[in-house]
Design a protein around this ligand. Structure first.
Ligand code: PRP
Ligand code: MG
Length: 212
């Protein structure tokens, strides 16, 4: 029997809400501890637990048919991928911030600055649109520490509660985009699997309506 292969974040902020959504639409997953793949008992679905940043490539290659992923990751790494549905959870912003005591307070002050980020494509595009030239330092995590250790003058990263910015003595000066979890789809999906995804999509719409 054909299964729809759907990717969810292995660990991290989206994982729990993603699994809850699958549960709420009536898909029960048999989850072995540390298993990276699991099947649903009552629905033609297989769930793959993957690293966030890897999911766009898996979709592109058609190794998975669909994914629950942060819109911010989709924008950064998957501009060519098909967006199916907004999911209403894991809301966050992608923002530029500088040390509280920095003289920089607006966009044009970023000119000539060193900005540390895990979202280089998003930042590059934004700065280009704003006609600002800055020097990007790409790091994969703990970005907010960069100004404190002299690696950068500012950062661009996800802001959710704002706690990481606060704890690192940073102030937000610009919001580049607002993001939430979305359902995305591979362009290589077969018709049969697309039909399964359609059913999931209808169920998701019903559940989200109920949550309103
Ligand atoms: C994420 C993100 C921000 C922080 C934002 O980091 O990179 O640093 O969460 O959330 P907040 O506004 O609620 O503090 P995470 O803790 O996932 O770790 P990482 O940067 O090492 O990936
Ligand atoms: Mg972080």
């Amino acid at each position: 029997m054909t299964n729809l292969r759907i990717a969810v974040q292995k660990s991290g902020r989206l994982n729990e809400d993603s699994m809850n959504l699958l549960k709420d639409i009536g898909i029960s997953i048999d989850n072995g501890i540390d298993q990276l793949k699991a099947s649903a008992r009552n629905f033609p679905v297989e769930v793959f637990y993957l690293r966030n940043g890897d999911i766009p490539q898996y979709l592109r290659d058609g190794v998975v048919d669909a994914a629950i992923i942060g819109e911010n990751v989709l924008i950064e790494k998957g501009g060519d991928l098909e967006f199916v549905e907004r999911l209403g959870f894991s809301k966050c912003k992608v923002s530029i911030a500088v040390p509280k005591e920095s003289n920089a307070s607006c966009l044009k002050d970023l000119n000539g600055m060193r900005i540390a980020t895990s979202y280089p494509e998003t930042v590059k595009k934004f700065l280009k649109e704003q006609n600002i030239t800055a020097d990007l330092h790409i790091i994969n995590g703990s970005v907010e520490i960069a100004p404190n250790i002299g690696l950068a003058d500012g950062i661009c990263d996800i802001v959710s509660s704002g706690s990481t910015l606060f704890k690192n003595g940073l102030k937000e000066i610009e919001v580049l985009l607002k993001s939430e979890a979305v359902l995305a789809m591979s362009s290589k999906i077969s018709d049969e699997r697309r039909a399964i995804l359609k059913t999931i999509q209808f169920r998701i719409q019903a559940v989200l309506k109920g949550r309103e």
